[in-house]
Design a protein around this ligand. Sequence first.
Ligand SMILES: [Zn+2]
Length: 255
Amino acid sequence: MPMKSLSLDKLVLFLDKELGLAEFPRDESANGLQVEGSKRVRRIGLAVDACAYVFREAAALQVDLLIVHHGLIWGGVRAVTGLLRDRIRLLLDNDISLYACHLPLDWHPSYGNNAELLRLLGIRGTGEFGEYHGRRIGYRGRLKKKTSLNSFVARVDSLLGTKACSVDFGAAVENIGVVSGGGWSALYDAERSGIDTFLTGEPSHSAYTLAEEMKVNLVFAGHYATETPGVKAVGRMLSEKFGVESIFIDHPTGL
Ligand SMILES: [Zn+2]
């Protein structure tokens, strides 16, 4: 059976709308199609970061379109030189298109990192949480039953394959706020949202004393690990909807 192929233009239009790109006009990331390769898409790659390792893997896997959370273009391009030249050359030499979706893929209620993290951890969503550039991109939710921080962290680690770093400020874990990646500043939202535990990606020293005074436990599960669920969900959706092959390209940073 011949492999199913889709038009790149149509797929990009679909993704722009489905992923809600228009919701974040002020995102620093140039969301959407960043590099145009093959006009036909047979195989889609999903990854967290746009980088040479991922591009080489994508080429070896004969990917036509690569969808990433962290793209190549942030705030515009002034020159295509050095590392950026090499990265773009890798894509164009292999006819691979690059599509980036940053904040919309943290926030998205169906495919976003934060909604997916709640779902994976079995936490019932109770509302939005965590302001970033003027709008909320995370979610908060409640566990069925209170638990200790240690057992919550063990659950995070087993589901995400991480070794999360946590700081215990005494409260039992029940109401959890989640903001993926480098989302520590969303902690400011904790004061009014009544959470007892904040789960984010990168550890931040600045979060410590704030959390201490708010009596909110901190769980840092890693920027990378908290941002794989979104692109994976997009891959599943595209395979189900269009019958196209999608492959997650893992390049964990451990950070
Ligand atoms: Zn990120």
